[in-house]
Design a protein. Structure first.
Length: 297
C-alpha cells in the first residue's frame, strides 16, 4: 500500500483544480472540513462548483471568497445558539447573479451520489413528478416504468471531481475511521462516487490500530492530512463541540461583502494554516469553548 500522508497545503495544491466540482463531508455544524475550505480560499481557487448537502458553511465561505460559479443547494441556513441565521454570502452571490444556482433536495442529492457510486448514468426516483422542482431542474427527466404504469423521474448520476471529508482517525495509507454514525453511510457513497478524495484527520494512528474498524478503506482515499481541530469552529464527535462565539462572529461578518473581506483578511488570508487560524480565533480560550462534555455537540 502507498503512503498517502501529506500536508493539507499540498493536498489542496495537488488535487483541487480551478473549475472542479466539489462536495464536502459533514452536516450542518458537525465535522465540517473547515481547515480544508480555508486552504482552498488561501490558494485562491476559482470557478469551482459545489454540490451542497445540508452542510451550508463550505458553500457560504467559498461564495464570499468569490471561488464559486455554480452551487447546487438544498439547505442554506444555520441554526445556532442565537436562533436561525441566513447564509448571507450565498444569498448575496445568488441575488447578484455572480454564480449559477440549482435548487436541490438533500435526499435526491444522495440518490445522485448513489448512482455515481454504482457507475450508472442515472437513477429513477419517486416523489418528484408534478412538483415545482421539475420546473427548475431541467436535467431531471420524466420516464416510463418498464415494469409498471407509474411514471418515474430520472436524476443524473453525480461524480464530483473532489470530495473532502474530515474524520476522527486515519492511518498513513488512507484507511479512515469515523466514530459517529449519523452521516457516515452517505460519506461512504461520496467517497465511492468522487474521482479524488482528500481526508483530514484529527489523529494519525498505526495501521494495526485501525484494522477491523475502517469506515473508508485506503483505495477510496487519495490524500490524508493530519489536522487536529480540523473541523473547528464546528464540532467533531467525541473530540470537541461547536464554538458558537466564533460562528456568531462569522455570520455577523457576512452581513456585507466588506465586513466579510475583513474576516477573510484576518482569519484566512492572514493565517498560514489552521493552527494559526485557531490562534487568531482565541487559541486555548477558543478551544475551551468547545469542550465536548460541556457543549453536548
Amino acid at each position: 500500500m502507498e503512503k498517502k500522508v501529506t500536508t493539507l497545503n499540498r493536498a489542496i495544491e495537488e488535487h483541487v483544480r480551478d473549475g472542479d466540482l466539489m462536495i464536502f463531508g459533514g452536516m450542518k455544524v458537525n465535522r465540517v472540513p473547515i481547515a480544508a475550505v480555508h486552504e482552498i480560499i488561501r490558494q485562491r481557487r476559482s470557478g469551482l462548483r459545489v454540490m451542497g448537502l445540508p452542510n451550508p458553511l463550505p458553500t457560504d465561505m467559498l461564495c464570499g471568497a468569490g471561488s464559486l460559479n455554480r452551487v447546487e443547494f438544498c439547505y442554506m441556513g444555520l441554526q445556532g445558539d442565537k436562533g436561525f441565521a441566513q447564509m448571507r454570502n450565498f444569498r448575496r452571490a445568488a441575488e447578484d447573479g455572480v454564480m449559477e444556482t440549482m435548487e436541490e433536495i438533500g435526499w435526491i442529492t444522495i440518490q445522485q451520489i448513489l448512482a455515481g457510486a454504482m457507475q450508472v448514468p442515472f437513477i429513477p426516483v419517486r416523489g418528484l413528478a408534478g412538483t415545482g422542482i421539475m420546473e427548475v431542474r431541467k436535467d431531471f427527466k420524466l420516464i416510463d416504468n418498464p415494469f409498471g404504469t407509474e411514471k418515474l423521474v430520472a436524476v443524473p448520476a453525480a461524480n464530483p471531481d473532489v470530495a473532502i471529508l474530515h474524520v476522527q482517525l486515519a492511518d498513513e495509507y488512507g484507511n479512515a475511521r469515523l466514530l459517529d454514525a449519523g452521516f457516515t453511510e452517505a460519506e461512504k457513497l461520496i467517497a465511492l462516487a468522487s474521482k479524488k478524495v482528500i481526508v483530514t484527520a484529527e489523529k494519525i494512528v498505526s495501521h494495526e490500530g485501525i484494522l477491523g474498524s475502517t469506515t473508508l478503506p485506503y483505495f477510496m482515499v487519495d490524500a490524508v492530512a493530519n489536522v487536529s481541530y480540523g473541523a473547528y469552529p464546528t464540532a467533531c464527535y467525541k473530540y470537541y463541540g461547536v464554538d458558537w462565539d466564533h460562528l456568531n462572529l462569522y455570520t455577523e461578518s457576512s452581513s456585507s461583502q466588506e465586513s466579510y473581506r475583513e474576516y477573510l483578511n484576518t482569519y484566512v488570508y492572514g493565517t498560514k494554516d489552521h493552527h494559526e487560524f485557531i490562534e487568531k480565533a482565541g487559541g486555548k480560550k477558543a478551544l475551551g469553548r468547545t469542550n465536548w462534555k460541556r457543549s453536548g455537540q
